[in-house]
Ligand binder design. Structure first.
Ligand code: ATP
Ligand code: MG
Length: 472
């Protein structure tokens, strides 16, 4: 099958083409609660992706996402390719082991794993970001992780969340402690150091091991207590997620039967993976797990070689404020060449600003928004979102009828006149008047659509599109 970028997979209002290329350039859907994002434009595009044979990854913030996707898949003949990853353990994903095996011998796994943890940390600890993270502290945390991973890999040839956790918790907290038999007898960290010493290592690995050993036996015990305990508590909070049920089974342990592993690469063959670990139900753990999976999936997509036969894959993120990370911008930048179609749905811009905190927040959100080229705005009462939408669509000379009801206008005898001004093509308040679907609106949802540089057949830079709600 061919998947040319200029192939049309959907038409807005049955006449305006939406191509694979458009899909790869990313879609951002905004709209207030109950404005028809999910059941209007969202469902229309989701069905188009499925009908066209795309593979994909669906993240779940709410419980009903799975039922929606089961229905879409059934009705587009794709039910067979739906892979439901949930708390049952039918599928698992031991992400650290996956990352190590993927890299093979001698590759830069340590840095990748440290970056992976940084991404999880970014997603679950939004609050500390908003205060502006302290680079010293972040570096200290990364250094601790790097040395833990190196120690595990050199001594045991593997790494897992439980192993990392136990090494960190058994590390010496003072120089005096290192000389005590009590510590030596029960410390896993010490045990791994001895195992490493005993190994016949090549010159470079020996060098790595020596610096790891001096970190654990000199640097770490000398850290200020306050620094050490705050790094420790952040790391253990993060690890705890993957040590508790059902997440330990789902993400930390290697299954006996490897066919149970939900490899991200399955989507490249047209599988649609639904991560049914809704944040509403599983909380932070559900969010962290989905962020890890999304990150590794994004990297897997970036590694694939593409031609016109490559099956496009989509990333579907409703309530996207839960899952957005800095890496998304980097991913989106190469999405066209990797045939990756990202669709983000959220109520409004402040949702993003709230989670992508810190002094860089504006830059981060703007950059992400700039990279999602198709913008779909549904009914909204959020002024910031509406003003930005009006601004993005742009201004031109507008002829506005002046109102005959105004006393002032009557007085100056201008009641039937019109005046010309340079103003918004779509003023911010227009977004409060779009139809939101439901029985009251004959199940019709409206939205205003914009694509950078595109003039629609109405010769304008924006399009008012209608979507019919299918329903269960
Ligand atoms: N198939 C359907 N038929 C009729 N009405 C529907 C259907 N699906 C949803 N609705 C109604 O249409 C409106 C829009 O719903 P939808 O869930 O798409 O909004 P949303 O923008 O995704 O909201 P939220 O931000 O809460 O996720 C709601 O009032 C909903 O009850
Ligand atoms: Mg919704």
């Amino acid at each position: 099958m061919d998947f040319n970028l200029d192939q049309t997979i959907y038409q807005f209002n049955d006449e305006e083409d939406f191509t694979i290329g458009n899909a790869c350039e990313g879609v951002q859907i905004f709209g207030g609660i109950g404005s028809g994002k999910t059941s209007g434009s969202g469902e229309a595009l989701a069905r188009a992706f499925l009908r066209s044979g795309f593979g994909g990854l669906v993240l779940c913030a709410k419980k009903d996402v799975l039922d929606d996707w089961k229905r879409y898949a059934r009705e587009t003949g794709r039910a067979e390719q739906l892979l439901i990853f949930d708390g049952s353990g039918n599928f698992v994903f031991p992400f650290l082991q996956y990352e190590i095996e993927r890299e093979g011998e001698g590759a830069g796994y340590t840095d990748n794993l440290v970056r992976l943890f940084t991404t999880i940390y970014e997603a679950i600890d939004r609050s500390s970001k908003s205060e502006g993270s302290d680079p010293y502290w972040e570096r200290a945390m990364q250094q601790l992780l790097r040395n833990t991973i190196d120690l595990c890999m050199i001594a045991r040839g593997t790494v897992s969340v439980p192993l990392i956790h136990d090494v960190i918790l058994s590390a010496p907290i003072s120089l005096a402690q290192i000389d005590t038999d009590e510590w030596k007898n029960k410390s896993l960290c010490w045990k791994l150091l001895l195992e490493g010493y005993g190994k016949d290592l090549n010159k470079w690995t020996r060098h790595d091991f020596d610096s790891t050993a001096s970190f654990w036996l000199e640097e770490y015990p000398n850290l200020a207590d306050k620094t050490r305990s705050s790094i420790l508590s952040t790391l253990t909070t993060m690890m705890d997620i993957f040590l508790r049920r059902p997440f330990r089974m789902l993400f930390s342990e290697m299954p006996e039967d490897r066919r149970k592993i939900a490899y991200p690469e399955l989507t490249h063959r047209g599988v649609v993976i639904v991560l049914n670990l809704p944040v509403k139900e599983f909380g932070e753990a559900g969010r962290a797990a989905q962020v890890v999976y999304k990150y590794l999936w994004q990297q897997a997509v970036e590694r694939r070689a593409t031609t016109n036969q490559t099956v496009p894959v989509f990333l579907w993120v409703d309530e996207a404020q839960n899952f957005v990370t800095e890496y998304d911008m980097q991913f989106q930048a190469t999405a066209r060449s990797t045939r990756a179609c990202t669709v983000y749905l959220t109520q409004n811009l402040p949702n993003y600003y709230a989670v992508m905190g810190g002094t860089q927040s504006k830059y981060r959100v703007d950059s992400l928004m700039g990279n999602l080229q198709t913008k779909i705005w549904h009914a909204n009462s959020d002024p910031m979102t509406n003003e930005q939408a009006a601004e993005v669509i742009g201004r031109s000379w507008q002829i506005r009828q002046t109102s005959g009801e105004s006393y002032g206008a009557d007085f100056f005898n201008m009641s039937s006149g019109s005046n010309e001004s340079f103003d918004y093509d779509v003023p911010p308040q227009s977004f409060t008047k779009l139809r939101k679907g439901g029985a009251l609106n004959d199940r019709v949802v409206e939205a205003i659509i914009f694509q950078n540089g595109r003039i629609w057949s109405n010769e304008k830079t924006h399009l008012v599109a209608k979507f019919k709600q299918y329903g269960a």
